[in-house]
Design a protein around this ligand. Structure first.
Ligand code: 16C
Ligand code: ATP
Ligand code: CA
Length: 545
């Protein structure tokens, strides 16, 4: 709103684009050009919002796939802007770099256009980043992170006048530790090039650092954490790219780079996972026990397969036909506000999320900043009644967002909201193999995966999981030794190679044969593992908020 007070920049003149003459006009908010041809009765006008102009260059310039400048061009300038491509998925549009080369009648006029466009850009794009800290995971997805960044993203950042400091990681958790410990003065945001795993590192770094600076303990689940000012950008180059896909609608590096450049932002719910009185990890996507935990544990030993490891492991785990006993307790969210089966789809600017943010942070001016909905509304007297479900489950999944990804374009919970302060709890009770296959298969189509008699879905504020009486988690100390528990301290990180209790008990070196013993021997494991945004948790009994 404050921008209304600024005098709009204005410039109007006739310009050439190729062999055609146009009337071009720059108002404060838009750059328009209309062909000046009598035959052109429709007078088609191209209109680009200034907020979507990426850069302006003297001469006839091209940036992607390679930068090139034509000679003898002192009357020309090139404008680069966001162009929405007709292709993409039906869930989100691909963005491309649009480019128009204008030719002016004189050099003076060209300079005027350049100056005015640059002033307009400065004035009307206040939330754009100027300096970014970029972490590339060279081993994510198909190991294309470095190439994707240098060939598709860096030229766009340069064009937009963004300076970036690039760190190619050499070990897991380097990005998290960098954010936690190094001087970040001058950076407007952090960017990861990789998958959900490196995103999660940035998430833990940013939340952790913010709490450290505010003197707050992340271990106290009753505490309201400080919102984070530093935004996170994601350039997808991983295997699942769920956080990118669920927020942007496509997993495309150029689209994401353009969103970052123009300063777009989307708040996200963050779920904290605690074990007893300590924080284990944060999650934005999936906290899943049973099927998704087993798939992850199995997939870790097939990393060499790249993104395919999930399909292979998924099939193997499906064939092993497991279910697990447990007690799930959950705190329902207000069913008047929204429901997981209301067939809505959360998009940027979603009204349910805006209302949620207002409700959770009535006095916060930074209510729209990333990760705002954490630890909301949990004063003990208003939290409501816990509901308990005991039984055998194929899968227990808690997802704070839809968790859509290329494999499942509508996601685990298609109507989940990105930033409403709630998550969807999906309980898949034990059922026959064909029923479970139907459930899984429905994730790949528009068929309702919740419309099955053995599936329940609840919108929740919190979840607790424990083992049935008599089977409590008594081997925690053993697990912690094996896994060197949690995310919170240097060197203390769950092993990527899996923490399946059964595996641990029998020794990992026996590998896949053991994991699949449900198929080939009589001793199937009684306990699964938790998959937390693609990381295995070192505990079975957890509580999530
Ligand atoms: C018949 C076809 C069934 C297809 C079923 C597709 C269901 C796909 C649901 C995808 C849900 C993704 C949730 C996102 C989780 C992320 O935070 C996390 C971090 O990146 N990713 C994973 O944990 C990675 C988890 C990856 C899970 C992949 C599961 C693949 C299952 C394949 C089952 C095949 C059964 C074949 C029977 C012969
Ligand atoms: N240099 C590195 N060497 C080894 N592991 C790393 C390195 N940098 C980051 N990691 C870790 O690699 C793991 C996987 O990374 P990432 O998420 O980028 O790719 P992915 O697993 O292929 O994709 P997705 O998470 O989308 O399935 C993360 O846990 C991250 O912490
Ligand atoms: Ca949510």
């Amino acid at each position: 709103m404050e921008l209304m007070d600024v005098d709009p920049v204005r410039l109007e003149s006739s310009l050439w684009v190729g062999k055609k003459r146009y009337r071009a006009a720059l108002t404060g908010w838009h750059l328009n050009w209309t062909e000046l041809d009598k035959k052109n009765r429709d007078k088609k006008t191209v209109s680009v919002p200034v907020s979507e102009v990426i850069g302006v260059e003297e001469g006839r310039v091209q940036v992607l796939p390679q930068r090139s400048v034509a000679e003898d061009t002192d009357r020309e300038f090139t404008v680069f802007y966001v162009k929405r491509s007709s292709s993409g998925s039906s869930y989100g549009l691909l963005w491309r770099l649009g480019r128009t080369q204008f030719c002016c009648p004189s050099r003076d006029l060209r300079d005027q256009w350049m100056t005015q466009l640059r002033i307009a850009l400065k004035t009307h794009s206040p939330s754009r980043p100027h300096r970014l800290l970029v972490f590339i995971n060279p081993f994510g997805g198909k190991k294309q992170g470095r190439q994707i960044y240098h060939s598709l993203v860096a030229p766009l950042f340069e064009l937009a006048g963004i300076s970036s400091h690039v760190v190619v990681t050499e070990r897991a958790n380097q990005a998290r530790d960098h954010i936690l410990k190094k001087d970040l003065t001058g950076f407007d945001g952090v960017v990861c090039v990789g998958g959900d795993g490196i995103f999660s590192e940035l998430l833990h770094g940013v939340i952790g650092r913010t709490q450290q600076e505010a003197g707050l303990s992340e271990h106290d689940p009753s505490l309201t954490l400080q919102s984070c000012d530093l935004h996170i950008g994601i350039i997808p180059a991983g295997s699942t790219d769920c956080v990118c896909f669920a927020t942007v609608g496509v997993n495309d590096p150029v689209t994401s780079a353009l969103h970052i450049i123009i300063g777009d932002s989307q708040p996200l719910d963050v779920c904290s996972v605690h074990h007893r009185s300590s924080l284990v990890r944060y999650s934005v996507s999936l906290v899943g026990y049973g099927f998704y935990g087993d798939v992850l544990a199995e997939s870790e030993r097939h990393r060499w397969m790249g993104p395919l490891r999930y399909d292979y492991s998924g099939a193997m785990v499906y064939l092993s036909n497991r279910s697990y006993a447990g007690v799930i307790q959950y705190l329902p969210a207000d069913s008047q506000l929204s429901s997981p089966r209301d067939n809505t789809r959360c998009l940027s600017g979603c009204s349910v999320c805006s209302k949620g943010t207002e409700r959770l942070f009535p006095h916060s001016p930074g209510a729209s900043s990333l990760y705002s909905s954490h630890f909301s509304q949990f004063s003990s007297d208003t939290e409501g009644e816990w509901v308990s479900v005991e039984g055998r489950f194929r899968a227990v999944s808690l997802t704070c967002m839809s968790s859509s990804c290329p494999r499942s374009p509508l996601g685990l919970s298609p109507s989940a909201h990105l930033a409403d302060g709630t998550g969807d709890l999906i309980i898949v009770r034990d059922t026959h193999p064909l029923g479970f296959l139907t459930f899984l298969h429905r994730h790949t189509s528009t068929q309702d995966q919740f419309d099955l008699p053995f599936v329940d879905v609840h919108r929740v504020k919190a979840v607790r999981f424990s083992l049935p009486t008599g089977e409590e988690e008594d081997k925690d100390e053993e697990r912690e030794r094996v896994n060197d528990g949690g995310m919170m301290e240097e060197g203390k990180r769950p092993s990527r190679s899996g923490s399946h209790k059964h595996l641990i008990e029998r020794g990992e070196e026996r590998g896949q044969k053991d994991f699949l013993c449900g198929l080939c021997c009589s001793k199937a494991p009684t306990v699964s593992v938790w998959n937390c945004d693609g990381e295995i948790l070192p505990h079975t009994e957890i509580s999530c908020r």
